[in-house]
Design a protein around this ligand. Structure first.
Ligand code: ZN
Length: 178
């Protein structure tokens, strides 16, 4: 019986069969995947997430594992432009000033000036920024977008990009009693 301790909060990165980092799971799930032979350790980064010990067994849980099975092929399409999806993409923040209050949808190039209701032309803007901008392009209103709006990308690709971008040493060599 593995005793649950706070060390079980450490997480393991899961790579797909094709070595694409796809998600972060907890140690407990990682052990299950390893024990049931659905995943194998990835040693190229040679990091250990935690060590699980009993009098007879020592299991080193690697910080990275790779699925041996193909993960269920999930059909993913670019979502259509909706308030909910735009809020999610823009992290519930005004793309002009960063405010999180009174959020509205802004068409960067106003619809009246030929702008489209597309991922590339909508951003979240707070009410004050939206009314200050009015029926103008950001440049005409002297305003700057903090990001270039674009369509959301596949969640696994987004995770992979974030993983490689933010990668820092996560070496945790803790012990868990069995
Ligand atoms: Zn704003």
């Amino acid at each position: 019986m593995i005793r649950a301790t706070e060390t079980f909060n450490h997480s393991v990165i899961v790579f797909s069969k094709n070595y694409l980092p796809i998600s972060r799971i907890n140690i407990r799930r990682a052990i299950v995947l390893l024990v049931t032979d659905k995943a194998e350790p990835v040693y190229f980064l040679a990091e250990v997430a935690c060590v699980v010990r009993s009098p007879s067994v020592v299991i080193q849980v690697p910080a990275h594992i790779r699925l041996k099975i193909s993960s269920a092929e999930r059909v993913w399409k670019v979502p259509s432009v909706s308030r909910r999806e735009v809020l999610r993409r823009d992290k519930h923040q005004c793309q002009y000033c960063g405010s999180r209050k009174k959020l509205t949808i802004d068409h960067v190039i106003p619809l009246s000036k030929g702008g489209k209701h597309s991922w590339e032309n909508v951003v979240i803007a707070c009410e004050p920024c939206n009314s200050r901008k009015g029926d103008r392009k950001p440049s005409e209103a002297g305003m700057l977008l903090t990001t270039q709006p674009k369509a959301p990308i596949h969640p696994a690709i987004a995770f992979a990009e974030q993983f490689w971008h933010q990668r820092q040493p996560e070496f945790v060599n803790s012990k868990v009693e069995i």
